[in-house]
Structures are given as C-alpha cells and as structure tokens.
Design a protein around this ligand. Structure first.
Ligand code: ADP
Ligand code: MG
Length: 347
C-alpha cells in the first residue's frame, strides 16, 4: 500500500500508527525514511539484518535465516556497506544476493526473509516514508521485490508514504505497480473530523472551545491536519480559559502564521535557487493552483521548454508536483497564500 498526499496531511502519523498496530499483532516491523540521495541498499541493510537475526532465533526458521545472513554479507560487500562488528560464523555465499544489481539482489533477500518469516509463523512489515526521494532504480527494485513476495505468497508487506507523484513514479518504474499496490489518498479532514480533532483534546482536559471559534479554525485551515494542530496549539497556550473564545482564536492566528512561515513553509523555500524561487513566485501570483505550464511560462516571458530543467529540479526537491492532468501544483497546502504573504511583507 502507498499512502499518497500533500505535506502535513498525516502520512507519517499514519505510518507510525500502522507500525504500532502491526507490532501488537506480533509482526516484525521496520520503519525507515528515504532521505534524498541515499541508496535503498544502505537504508534497508540494517533493517534486513535485524529481521534476519531475530528470525534466526526461531528454531524452525534458523536454517533459512542463517542463509539469509550470508546473502546479506555478500550484499553488504558488493554495495560497499560498512558492516559493524563481525558476524561470527557468517561467511558470504558466492552468487547469493551479490550481483550488485538491486533488481536481482533485493528480491533474493526479501525472498529469504519471507521464507524464514513463514517458517517462524511471523510476518514482516516494511514501512518506508518519503518514497518520492528513492531513485528510479531503487524504486524499481523495491517494486520487483514486493511483486515477488506477492507471487510467492510470502508474509511480507510494504506500506509506503509519499507525495502524490509517487503513483506516477511507481508506474513509470514498473507498469504492473498500478495493480500491485493500493493507493489510498491522505488529504484534509472533512469539517466534522477536523472539528473533532481540535475539540476532543480540549474536552479531555476539562476545557471548552466556543462553537464560533471552532468553526473559524476548521474553515480557515481547510481541514489540513498540520494547520489545525498548530493553530489549536497556539490558541490553547494563549487562552486564559477555561473556554477558548473567538477572540483567543483570532489573536492566535497571527502567531500561528508566523510559526508556520518560519517552520513549515520557509524550510522548504530555503532549498530553492533564486531562479527556482522566481518560478514558484510566478505560480503563486497566478492565484490558486493547479497551474498550466504554458501559463507560468507566459507570465515569466519564457518558453515552456526553456523552463523544463527548473521545473524538474523543483519537483525533485519535493516542492511542486505534476497533477494527473499534467498541471503543476504545490505539494504544501495553502502554499500560494504563503508566497503572496511573503512578497507583501518584503515589498
Ligand atoms: N488525523 C489527525 N488529526 C489531527 N492532527 C493530525 C492528524 N494527522 C496529522 N496531524 C497533525 O499534522 C501533523 C503532520 O502530520 P504528518 O504525519 O507529519 O504529515 P505528513 O507526513 O503527511 O507530512 C502531525 O504532527 C499532527 O500534529
Ligand atoms: Mg511525513
């Protein structure tokens, strides 16, 4: 399953919750976050090692798990992964997961984990956050591995989370990815759930919030979880109580915007070059998205093709994405508004 959605919609929170539930159910759980420019081999090696070691402790799975650890030795050396400590009695087995091509080696390792887990009466859940940062080759290898697990019927599951473009990236990497995964969308909360998210923790502390104040937060955040969280938190801290009033919420708005501008929005802007900032600013000045590339180019007095590299860079930095209809939009909700606010502040 791949959870797809804009930033701040609760994907990471969901991944963690899924992991917690799986642990309660007795599954082996590994959770990793794909950083930019880090190989999947390096990211998964310690997790696979931990899982295989744990499975090698179960008598029924020992033989296959031990073979898996040998495969992992070969894998580590061909992908130049530093191995901490010496694995006593574990020598690599030539030809096992050591081709140096992730498309072959990763499915082999998954298969050994799958067989060992099955023998042990266990299952392995792999959680990967920020899937959009994986290279195409790594994403491809991951898909092939999960495909193999599904064909062999092994108890191995992947739940990934990432920006909306992941569905397309996965489809480009392997066309059958479309049928292999479920793609639940994670988006803003509906008004009732948004109100519940704000009000419940307040009631739990024996305080209240005025209905008009609650409506105001729900409306203006458009139900985006991260914004709900920030605004409600500032209002809670500033209110004299025991009821959070409309006035408290109004007063908290300015501070909330400042907190978001400094943290949530700004950290993303800092990673763009000046030319890229210009591109993004032009988008924001066109109003709310999604935006046609031709319109952005026209507004910048450029041809769409000359902007291709900037467009690709901003997408790879995770700031914008290409929608289903080939338009561009921001990966951060309410981002256009932030840009216009910034321009207003500095002009
Ligand atoms: N269902 C929810 N109800 C209330 N707040 C939530 C919910 N999901 C997420 N949040 C808030 O939004 C923040 C961002 O969620 P996160 O999982 O980090 O988003 P993402 O991974 O999609 O960028 C969380 O720290 C939390 O404060
Ligand atoms: Mg996240």
């Amino acid at each position: 399953m791949l959870l797809l959605g804009l930033r701040g919609t609760g994907k990471t929170v969901l991944l963690t919750e899924i992991g917690r539930n799986a642990e309660i159910e007795g599954l082996l759980v590994s959770k990793v976050e794909a950083p930019e420019k880090e190989s999947l081999a390096r990211l998964l090696y310690p997790e696979m090692r931990k899982v295989m070691r744990s499975l090698s402790g179960v008598a029924a799975a020992r033989q296959i798990a031990t073979r898996g650890l040998k495969g992992l030795r070969g894998f580590a050396s061909v992908f130049k992964i530093k191995v901490a400590g010496v694995e006593v009695g574990v020598e690599p087995e030539p030809g096992l997961a050591d081709s140096g091509d992730m498309q072959y080696d990763l499915p082999d390792l998954f298969s050994m984990i799958g067989q060992a887990a099955e023998a042990a009466g266990k299952g392995w859940l792999l959680l990967i956050d920020e899937v959009q940062y994986l290279s195409e080759a790594d994403l491809s290898a991951l898909i092939v591995s999960i495909h193999r697990m599904s064909q062999e019927g092994r108890p191995v599951l992947l739940v990934g989370a990432g920006l909306p473009q992941v569905a397309r990236l996965a489809g480009d990497a392997k066309s059958y990815a479309e049928r292999l995964f479920l793609y639940p969308g994670v988006g803003p909360l509906d008004p009732k759930s948004a109100a519940h998210a704000v009000e419940k923790p307040i009631l739990d502390e024996d305080a209240t919030i005025a209905p008009a104040a609650l409506d105001c937060i729900v409306d203006r955040t458009e139900g985006y979880p991260f914004f709900l969280q920030e605004w409600a938190s500032v209002a809670w801290n500033d209110a004299a109580g025991p009821e959070i009033t409309t006035r408290d919420v109004d007063n908290a708005y300015t501070e909330t915007l400042a907190v978001l501008d400094e943290g949530f929005f700004k950290v993303r802007m800092d990673r763009l070059t000046n030319a890229e900032v210009e591109f993004v600013r032009t988008m924001a000045n066109l109003g709310e998205g999604p935006y046609a590339m031709a319109r952005i180019a026209a507004a910048m007095g450029r041809t769409p093709s000359s902007l291709g590299p900037a467009r690709a860079n901003i997408i790879s930095k995770g700031m914008i994405y290409s929608t289903d209809h080939g338009y561009l939009d921001f990966t951060v909700p309410l981002f256009a508004e932030f840009m216009r606010r910034q321009d207003h502040a500095t002009s």
